[in-house]
Design a protein around this ligand. Sequence first.
Ligand code: UDX
Length: 437
Amino acid sequence: MRITVMGTGYVGLVTGATFAAAGHDVACLDILPERVAALNAGECPIFEPGLPELLKAGLASEKLRGSGEMASEITEADLTFICVGTPSRNDGSIDLAQVESAAAAIGDALASGERKHVVVVKSTVLPRTTEDLVLPRVLERSGRDRASVGFAMNPEFLREGSAVADALQPDRIVIGAADGLARARLRLLYAGAECPVLECDPRTAEMVKYASNAFLAAKVSYTNEVANLCEAWGIDFATVAEGMGLDDRISPRFLRAGAGFGGSCFPKDVKALRTAAAAEKLPVAMLDATLVVNESQPLLLVAWARDALGSLKGKRIALLGLAFKPDTDDVREARAAVVARALLDADASVVGCDPQAAANFTALCDIKIAASAEAALDGADCAILMTEWPEYAALPPAVFAERMARPLVLDGRRALDAKALRNAGVEYRAIGLGGNK
Ligand code: UDX
């Protein structure tokens, strides 16, 4: 099939490269010529394991290309995927400006052709957006009738850091088609899928995405709340999680206690759902609680630093890891930023390190950056592990014991070896680890 993809962020690029790998003819569209040129030169604008290789393979096979020829690419394609961003506004509501302009651009392009076309929304949008915003906008701008343009919502479930694997081996596909044309083309596109395929209407597909992300976010907040109780009562939450996870109604996944969730999806999606529900006066106590726990959870680490050090003024605190999770350079809603800001407010001297995300982080928060974990730990009064990068988990205990002014380690991801650190004389405290005090 011939496919165009609007939006060259991580969802657009991964989606485009995956369809190209499956043998489809894919054009990733961008209005900026330099982005198109970079893509065609094989440059990957984001850090996403496996994506540079997938893009290069697509370009080499001539199944994938970047293009700025919006109108001709769309009119000649069978399907256009909208993969643009849907960020949060300051009040938590969803900003649909990019979706709206993508729909307008598709409409303008379709005005010049007659070939049947299907518009698929992959961006995360609130229920009814595909039917009430994208559909009318495309039809109005194209002057086409409903029979010649199909519409569907087909959510992505891509985790940053493993987006390529998630796209190549999805665990489910949701096709929310508004009409037979869209349903038929998406069935054909996903015909080879080896996972369950759920067919529904667009608003249900939109809700599946929100309900999934909000559930996982709630699971993390619930995990963290219970882990804090365990810590206080001398119970190791890791064993509790193991016991819970043996119940297949619960599943062992997403039961990792820590400093809370960040990233481009969970915080934004929970806020968007909450704001939309509030506008309709629907109670959303679970969503509220999910966010409340997630805001207070990282501050627990700052409270622990105070417990041990008293005033934080002038104390050198090392933050190990700044990305919202390992294997990404994304710092959006990173819990490290919540901790860093609280430490800076307390006049601490904050020095951070991260294998990928340091530059992105300093644009968010003005801390010192060390070139390595060792350099960050040199002379530190306290180290807080914020991102469980494998290289930090593998640091020998002696690095903490010998380099730090006071070997106090607070583990916000429960990734370090408690026994080995304590044996090396390190004061170690971790979220959910009973017997910390
Ligand atoms: C998420 C969804 O998983 C994905 O399906 C969706 O399409 C996009 O949003 P992502 O944000 O990339 O993906 O990361 P994910 O691996 O889900 O983790 C989200 C956050 O939760 C991270 O900050 C992570 O550290 C945290 N987390 C996750 C925990 O604290 N504990 C867990 O057990 C799992």
